[in-house]
Design a protein around this ligand. Structure first.
Ligand code: AHR
Length: 515
């Protein structure tokens, strides 16, 4: 009897241990000398003249005495962005870029003409935030500027002049004008977008027509800037428009094109995008289904690029991505203003893991948008400013900037309604630290995970966790710290394994050290 009891208890113990071990998701991490560097530019941002992104958000004007600012840009935002080490900033659009005439935004402010922002609410743009404001801000932030040029309603000459104005250090009409306007040294702008969404708001062109237009513009862009390398970015496909990428790769000589863009928003229905906060589980599922498609899109666009450019000379820039919901109606002037919840943490975490894992070809990405618009990292309300949950993801993932990818393989990823629940990427930084970012998108189930880290020499592990009770939880002006990263002590290191349980709808970044 006693023996039987012992056997039963032992069997039960083994069963529990065995079944726990079985239910862990197994992930192996293996260094690879050939693995790419995860470009810091994957962590880029985007600021458009749209709603309250530039005006009222970033830029409150040089005369503003209420909100502390440097040359009109809010100091609190500058501080917050510096903490993110933002690598690049794309400006002035978006759709706005193909209506923007840069010459209207330089010189004495009182002489600048106004224009109508026809894509974004028909507001009157006074051109008070222009090229100097933007490029000086990039210098303050230590970020590379990415200028998106007007192809839709501009001219080749206008673009040539912009390149010359910003980059030429000799005597020339545009460089002299820049000096007259108060800036001696050129800014040496490297990244130039040649039109935006030229299949839509940038001119409704066909891929074939745009490829020819692109060739024309790109021909005249370099040669104005001494040794500054000009990086020309072709306006790219939307989502799964593979024909667009194929046409550009086929029809444009690769020596004229340093990168091709791609835009993909996590939107499941453009006519009914759902609320940014009061969404239900069905809408959460649909958002995640859409967000996870980034993996498929990036994979397939890269396959096409590999076919035409096996040496990898042309990069893929996903220069607009993020969640897009119905705008908050109660916010005054709130064009495309939306809140940012744990759902956005799930979107940012999984999408950034995808970019990291495809770092061989994905060399830049730009979250849309930086302040008060779409999946913003910062929200403002007059003098108040808050960091969104997405801000914290960008901060936690900073460890991947320019680190070497450590390829990861997930064995038998469980599913949430057909979607893979776990997303992982890992990298090794210059000092030898390994960072693993993992996301569990399941809204209810915690997931035990076991990493096989044989050969990585990790001796010590620590981590940070970003989550909250509800998927809808967010930071507000009344409760700005509701969603913030916390120390995560649940990772156990034993020989060649790290085991942990990642809570439902959570994101963790682990740091493994040699000692
Ligand atoms: O980010 C908002 C808009 O989305 C951009 O202006 C445009 O490029 C895209 O359609």
């Amino acid at each position: 009897m006693k023996i039987l009891k012992y056997v039963t208890i032992t069997t039960a113990f083994f069963f529990i241990t065995f079944s726990n071990a079985q239910s862990s998701i197994k992930v192996s991490l293996m260094e690879d000398a050939e693995a790419p560097i995860v470009s810091k530019h994957i962590y880029g941002h985007f600021a458009e003249h749209l709603g309250r992104c530039i005006y009222e958000g970033l830029y409150v004007g040089e005369e503003n005495k209420l909100i502390p600012n440097t040359a009109g840009v809010r100091n609190d935002i500058i501080e917050a962005l510096k903490e993110l080490d933002i690598p690049n900033l794309r400006w002035p659009g978006g759709c706005f870029a193909d209506t923007y005439h840069w010459k209207d935004g330089v010189g004495p402010k009182e002489d600048r003409p106004t224009m109508v922002n026809r894509w974004w609410g028909g507001t009157t743009e006074d051109n008070s935030f222009g090229t100097h404001n933007f490029l000086n801000l990039c210098e303050v932030l230590g970020a590379e500027p990415y200028l998106s040029a007007n192809v839709g309603s501009g001219t080749v000459q206008e673009l040539i002049d912009w390149v010359q104005y910003t980059n030429h250090d000799g005597i020339s009409p545009m460089a002299d004008w820049r000096r007259e306007n108060g800036r001696e040294e050129p800014w040496k702008v490297k990244y130039w977008g040649v039109g935006n969404e030229t299949w839509g708001c940038g001119g409704n062109m066909t891929a074939e027509y745009y490829a020819d237009i692109y060739r024309q513009y790109a021909t005249f862009m370099p040669g104005w800037s001494g040794e500054t390398e000009v990086y020309r970015i072709a306006s790219g496909a939307s989502e799964d428009d593979y024909h667009w990428t194929e046409t550009l790769m086929k029809n444009v000589p690769h020596e004229l094109m340093e990168a091709v863009a791609l835009h993909d928003y996590a939107v499941f229905d453009w006519s009914d995008k759902g609320p940014s906060v009061n969404f239900d589980k069905e809408v959460y599922f649909k958002s995640m289904e859409q967000a996870l498609k980034m993996e498929e899109y990036v994979t397939k666009h890269i396959e096409i690029m590999d076919k035409y450019d096996p040496e990898g000379n042309v990069d893929l820039f996903v220069d607009e991505w993020g969640g897009w919901y119905d705008a908050e109606e109660e916010v005054k002037n709130g064009v495309l203003f939306q809140q940012n919840t744990i759902r956005d943490v799930m979107i940012a975490g999984t999408v950034l893991n995808t970019f990291n894992n495809h770092a061989r070809r994905v060399k830049m990405a730009n979250l849309a948008q930086m302040v008060n618009v779409l999946q913003a990292v910062i929200l403002t309300d007059e003098e108040k400013m808050i960091k969104t949950p997405t801000y914290h993801v960008m901060h936690m993932y900073k460890v991947h900037h320019d680190a070497k990818l450590v390829p990861s393989t997930i064995k038998e990823n469980p599913q949430y309604r057909g979607l893979p629940v776990l997303s992982v990427s890992a990298s090794k930084d210059e000092t030898g630290k390994i960072h693993i970012s993992l996301v569990n998108i399941d809204p209810e189930k915690d997931m035990p995970v076991e990493f096989d880290i044989a050969g990585l020499g990790i001796k010590n592990i620590k981590g940070q966790l970003l989550t909250s009770d509800k998927l809808q939880d967010h930071n507000s002006f009344d409760e700005p710290e509701k969603v913030t990263p916390k120390e995560f002590k649940g990772a156990k290191l034993k020989k060649d394994k790290i085991s942990l349980t990642i809570p439902a709808h959570s994101l963790i970044v682990l740091q493994g050290e040699y000692k």
